[in-house]
Design a protein around this ligand. Structure first.
Ligand code: GLN
Length: 555
């Protein structure tokens, strides 16, 4: 079957959850057993997200193949329950660099290279190539930004042309504001935005309306009239607490069936069991409360830690608990504020991060967790600082620190050998899924119930092999390493629950299938952990520090 396309775009404003709509539709079509994948276009000229600041752009999501992509990919993977390849992330940077490379190679000899047709044709070919390679029944294309932006204008033109050639439908995600004092929902912004969409030659087949509360019937009718659509094609997507309920809400409005019809797909029926399983992933019975403090320096923009938050939520649900997160600004801890939050929490987590700012506060939080036996989970940076804290306060190496923060007498965390030769900043870290070998009898082994794990990485520094012995002698457990034992992958305290992982297990967590370390952490926060007891760490380990190795078969 030739691939059919669904283009999800916004004509009014961005940041209203197009990604959740695209993911929900992908989820529903996958429950019909169609092979469906989402592709995202972002108009910025960065090649990928790797060089962007999470404080401005939100989290950088990492794929198995090492792609550093927009945080919407996290939503796609969590909804679809499938790993996505970098091919599905298209950026302005990728498009223009491909065209300029072609021009330099002489592919366009004799012509002046233009947005139309060269850029637009390239985009259409690329979309078809990816769809063909993956043998997709349906590709869902999310257009980042808003129609009318200069940044995505040529992409919008390309998908308009795609629709002339292939079965393609458009879904407009809009926002219906409400005047607080008057209590009336307003359609005018959408009416005007629809004019803009028509100017680009696009007629949506469905309009998904984000709003604060249920859409009034008369508002639906008005929108239907102004958009040349039957009223049932105006979809209510008002705010809800749990984004994972969105697919169910779309089913209630028959959007799945209408899309299947509109695309002329074969009439299979939805896998009701799959839909029920999805629902079971977040249906709780008399849940307990669990409070976790997340100590970071980007806490003002929660999107910076989107996957960490979702992974905590999935793990809490899995353990029939309702999660509360205290976002603790790490710089504040340095001057003594925020300690009350730590005292009131069932668990403390330090996520990934870069640069020295706020790190002394994170180290204080880790010390607080260790001394007070509060369960601790450290992710990447949070593991590196866990090792620094241990070196300083248990091994007595007061000057212990990371090379990332400048020269010091005891460099506990240093730059990986292979990183030292690299000067480019884009896509040059240790990235993507790597295999780790787990020591039996450790908490990490109990959490994964396996001798190995594959988790995604994104870092330049690691635990300095020269200090492995010192740390181990003082009781720090090295519970996983790369298969050649060259790099430390996880560490543990031996007196209470504290795990640090060099990887980012949050990227692979899904509702109903939480990341094992997050689940163990929440279990421990709920006082239900069944990991190894004190004194079981009897093995010894050599401290060789040969360079890491890429697992076979990795791109
Ligand atoms: N800054 C650290 C490094 O590059 C940690 C990175 C991270 O937490 N993702 O190694």
């Amino acid at each position: 079957m030739q691939t059919k396309y669904i283009v999800v775009l916004g004509s009014l404003l961005s940041g209203i959850g197009k990604g959740i709509v695209a993911s929900s539709i992908a989820k529903l079509l996958s429950l019909y057993n169609y092979k469906v994948m989402p592709l995202k276009f972002d108009g910025y000229l960065n090649y990928d997200c790797g060089t962007m600041n999470p404080f401005r752009h939100g989290e950088v999501f990492v794929l198995d193949d090492g792609g550093e992509v927009d945080m919407d990919f996290g939503t796609y993977e969590r909804f679809l329950g499938r790993s996505i390849s970098s091919d599905f992330s298209l950026t302005g940077g990728k498009v223009f660099s491909a065209i300029i490379n072609k021009e330099r190679k002489g592919d366009f000899l004799g012509t002046d290279v233009q947005i139309i047709p060269h850029i637009t044709d390239y985009i259409i070919n690329r979309l078809e190539e990816v769809a063909e390679k993956e043998k997709l029944d349906v590709m869902i294309i999310e257009v980042g930004g808003t129609v009318g932006d200069i940044e995505n204008s040529y992409f919008v033109e390309a998908v308009r042309q795609l629709a002339l050639k292939r079965k393609t439908i458009f879904i407009d995600v809009t926002y219906v504001p409400e005047l607080e004092k008057v209590g009336e929902q307003k359609t005018k912004p959408t009416q005007i935005a629809l004019r803009g969409l028509r100017q680009e030659g696009i007629q949506p087949s469905f309009i998904v309306c984000r709003s604060g509360r249920t859409l009034d019937e008369k508002i639906k009718r008005k929108l239907a009239l102004f958009s040349n659509l039957p009223v049932e094609r105006i979809i209510d997507d008002h705010d809800i607490d749990n984004i994972y309920e969105t697919p169910l809400r779309l089913v209630d409005q028959n959007l799945d069936k209408m899309i299947v019809n509109e695309l002329g797909l074969e009439h299979w029926s939805i896998n009701q069991k799959g839909l029920d399983e999805w629902k079971a992933g977040f249906t709780l019975e008399k849940p307990r409360d669990v409070t976790i403090s997340v100590v970071g320096k980007y806490v003002d923009l929660k999107d910076s830690y989107a996957s960490v938050k979702e992974a905590l939520v999935h793990a809490a649900w899995h353990n029939n608990a309702q999660l509360r997160i205290n976002w603790v600004e790490s710089e504040g801890l340095e001057s003594g504020s925020g300690t009350e939050a730590l005292a009131k929490s069932d668990g403390i987590l330090v996520p990934g991060g870069f640069g020295v700012r706020g790190t002394e506060g994170m180290i204080k939080a880790i010390e607080y967790a260790r001394v007070n036996k509060i369960p601790y989970l450290g992710l990447c940076f949070g593991m590196q600082l866990m090792a620094v804290e241990y070196a300083r306060n248990v091994c007595g190496l007061k000057a212990a620190s990371s090379e990332e923060f400048g020269a010091t007498e005891h460099v506990i965390i240093n730059m990986m050998e292979e990183q030292k030769k690299i000067s480019n900043k884009g896509a040059t870290m240790r990235l993507g899924a790597w295999e780790a070998k787990i020591k039996p009898g450790t908490r990490v082994h109990a959490a994964y119930s396996s001798d190995t794990f594959w988790e995604r990485h994104r870092h330049r520094y690691e635990i300095n092999g020269d200090y492995r012995k010192t740390l181990e002698e003082k009781g720090l457990v090295i519970s996983a390493t790369t298969p050649d034992n060259g790099l430390v992958e996880t560490i543990e305290w031996n007196s209470s629950f504290g795990i640090g992982t060099q990887a980012h297990p949050e990227f692979k967590s899904r509702p109903g299938k939480p990341a094992p370390l997050f689940s163990a952490f929440i279990k421990s926060a709920l006082h239900e952990e069944t990991g190894p007891s004190e004194g079981r760490y009897s093995y010894s380990q050599s401290a060789s520090a040969s360079a890491g190795r890429k697992p076979e078969g990795r791109a």
